[in-house]
Write a protein that binds this ligand. Structure first.
Ligand SMILES: [Zn+2]
Length: 456
């Protein structure tokens, strides 16, 4: 075994930055667009590319799939023991391009412009995948042996519920996901306030429910409306109640124990929460918005459909709501709120579709320590402050957390890049080269810290 240390391995990522950019570009050029309607995705093309790329470094891989065009890519690090310590997660599908005309560049061109790589999927999630692949390849190239194993899995279908990806793996091959720790997308945004640098580690996700409401009426000719029951009546009452919904406030999410780090000195309670959120908005608007989202359930009407003819009283109207719940709330809590809102409104019924359960992992763990050390090395800052954060959206982390795998959303973004300008799921998606490199360094450092390298 050569005498090698973490710093020299991290330096090798800089030496290989051109190959890393090329890898990222090649991944973006594979149009693995997931529309949600089969046939779609073509993630197998990405898996095949990754398999070939890894082979050059002596890393074997396999693919598991529910559908042959939509495989999940799995690469186990070769020079390690069998103790399953760390899972490196990402996904291979991307969301569709909504309006080509609005893009300033060809969405799958992956061109490099002003320190950014442009293209659909560049940020979500092929940047993380490329960074993890390069970290693993550098370790393999140096034949670094580890006591504990780490494995990379890039899943299909993340953008449409994971029924071909991590969700399917959980139901059919749970042993593939059973690691002590996992690191995935969905968190780790840098926040700068003055000279201070904070990272929001993704320790949990809010739940999402879709509510399908049906409001019944009785049709009649619109010239004699009293002969029927206009479903609009109950609909307008229901919408009014929803728009004026006053959620119960809650400050039990971990982030509220760390507000002192942002210079917010008052201890949060239900009584002063609104004032504290106001103070946070003044310091940094995205922090204010985050605290607002993490202190309440949200109920948002998103779709309304009804009426068939301009001269008919509508027989029924359908209304769809998007509901986001905190980690300590479940579908019963949602039902309670809806029943209170709709009490006394006639002819209304609803169904709850549970899309994603809220989920979370503990904050103070060995994985946090490993990430802290590696991120400090990777972005050359030893003054970073760490905050646990629950995300508004959800990722495949909900599937591994179901197996009690401690899973963090952390990508290792460079503080010079602003994740809010990456336009994830939007027009002109892009990803900073600095982040691509810092992320790869962070992944390598985290593996090193957590998987016990055998150094002689
Ligand atoms: Zn994603």
């Amino acid at each position: 075994m050569k005498n090698i240390d973490l710093i020299s391995l991290i330096d090798q990522i800089d030496d290989n930055s051109d190959s890393l950019v090329k890898l990222h570009q090649d991944l973006i050029k594979i149009e693995s667009v997931n529309t949600g309607y089969m046939p779609t995705g073509n993630e197998t093309k990405v898996s095949e590319f990754c398999a070939k790329w890894f082979k050059e470094y002596g890393i074997q891989s396999k693919q598991l799939s529910r559908n042959e065009d939509r495989s999940n890519f799995i690469a186990k690090y070769p020079f390690s023991g069998n103790n399953k310590k760390l899972l490196l997660m990402s996904h291979t599908d991307v969301v569709p391009v909504e309006n080509y005309d609005k893009w300033e560049f060809e969405p799958f061109s992956a061109e490099l412009r002003d320190g950014k790589i442009l293209g659909r999927g560049s940020s979500d999630c092929k940047g993380l995948l490329a960074s993890q692949m390069m970290a693993m390849a550098i370790l393999a190239k140096n034949k670094i042996e580890f006591k504990d194993n780490f494995t990379l899995i890039s899943g299909a279908d993340e953008e449409h519920g994971g029924r071909y990806g991590f969700g399917w793996l959980l139901d059919n091959h749970p042993e593939e996901l059973r690691f002590e720790y996992a690191i995935n997308e969905g968190g780790g945004s840098p926040v700068t306030i003055g000279n201070n640098l904070y990272y929001l580690l993704g320790t949990g996700e809010k739940g999402r429910l879709e509510i399908n409401i049906r409001i019944k009426g009785e049709s009649a000719h619109a010239s004699v409306p009293w002969m029927g029951i206009n479903a609009m009546g109950s609909t307008s009452k229901a919408i009014d109640k929803i728009m004026n919904f006053v959620p119960e406030l809650d400050c039990s999410t971990d982030i509220f124990n760390y507000l002192g780090l942002f210079g917010i000195e008052t201890k949060p309670s239900i009584k002063n929460l609104d004032l504290i959120i106001q103070e946070a908005y003044e310091k940094n608007p995205s922090l204010g918005s985050l605290l607002r989202a993490l202190s309440r359930m949200t109920i948002t009407p998103t779709i309304i459909k009804g009426g068939i003819k301009s001269n008919s009283v509508p027989e029924f109207i359908e209304l769809v709501l998007d509901v986001r719940t905190l980690p300590n709330q479940d579908d019963k809590d949602v039902q309670n709120e809806l029943d209170k809102l709709f009490a006394g409104i006639p002819n209304i019924s609803y169904e709850i579709d549970y899309m994603a359960k809220p989920n979370s992992s503990p904050f103070e763990t060995d994985l946090l320590q490993a990430i802290k050390k590696s991120q400090a090395l990777s972005v050359e800052r030893d003054d970073i402050q760490w905050i646990p954060s629950v995300s508004n959206g959800f990722t495949d982390s909900r599937f591994t957390r179901e197996l009690d795998v401690i899973t963090y959303g952390f990508r290792g973004t460079h503080p010079d890049d602003n994740p809010n300008s990456e336009n994830v799921h939007g027009t002109n998606e892009n990803y900073g080269v600095k982040s691509l490199i810092s992320s790869s360094k962070t992944m390598l450092g985290t593996i090193w810290e957590i998987c016990n390298p055998i150094i002689q």
